[in-house]
Design a protein around this ligand. Sequence first.
Ligand SMILES: *Cc1c(COP(=O)(O)O)cnc(C)c1O
Length: 374
Amino acid sequence: MPRIYLSPPDISARDHASVDAVLSSNWVAPVGPALDAFETLVAQRAERSHAVALNSGTAALHLALQVLGIGPGDAVACPTLTFAASANPICYLGAEPVFIDSEPRTWNMDPELLRQALQERNDLKAVIVVHLYGQCAEMDAILQFCEEFGLPLIEDAAEALGARYRGRPAGSMGALSFFSFNGNKIITTSGGGMLLSNDAAAIERARYLATQAREPTRHYEHKAIGYNYRMSNVLAGLGQSQMTDLDRRIIARRAHFEAYRDALSDLPGIEFMPIAEPDAPNYWLSCMTLHPDESACSRDDLIEALEAVDIEARPLWKPLHLQPIFQKCALYGGPVAETLFDSGLCLPSGSSLSGDERARVIDTIQACIQDATT
Ligand SMILES: *Cc1c(COP(=O)(O)O)cnc(C)c1O
């Protein structure tokens, strides 16, 4: 039986045709009609007026911080329970991350701890919020506190394309927002990202920096240090056709989450990621915790039992304040993210995962917990 992966790319015949068509058009550099069309599709979905397609989500965050003028001596608030790419670009610019713990309701940045950081630190110049595993953070409170303290908010919506928060799309709420189209995300361009905003000048500046900061002259003229961060038009062709499949993918991933929860949540010690509004997440990954005092089977036993039958499962993101490289950074709270990391895992959630494969995952987990209990 083939290995079951956590979140593999899902590539259709239509994707092949779309990439073929771009290759035949000879628009293979980071400029062309597929790029324009892909930017328009994603911007419409996120209800944004401006977008620039880039070669990664990390590049998008780097440019977002740069456009906001973040530099040495500045601090930027960021959740601790996230992927390192949510914080690394702060350091590229010589600024300092200030980590904020999760709240238990959505596992995202705790607004009250953010408020405390905003009150205590006048070096904070921006806030990055992450919509973890495809569920939006408590945006009303976070937006309110950012406004109160006059700080711009960047939405790291890398995992949350297609998710909604009280009717608003993920990626529509911060001053700037970005998505990732890395191979493991809900849609992919192999690698890629997009920065979005309603501020035309901010996206114009990001587009300029992303294309080597070339001045509009006949010769090559430079007044700023630029980057080579644009997405290839070939990959935008892939993104265009992947976008047309986004809604099916959300439905498929949601079905996985619900099947896992229905089959497993009665087992001792198991709890699924709380969903604040069932219609809203994109269900990028199905995540659960296994309480160590309630089950004889530990989280690591469970991951090993799955691995033994060639099923990939992983712990939740390791909190950034526990990462060796970020140990000296400031932290507000911490125990919520630490407990989630100690007890949590992500289950296979891909949009190409079949019902039979999902049943194999469920059977393995049931057997592991029941064997440990009896
Ligand atoms: C994937 C991811 C990123 C980075 O995106 P890349 O396209 O891989 O650079 C940033 N933040 C979060 C939360 C992610 O999951």
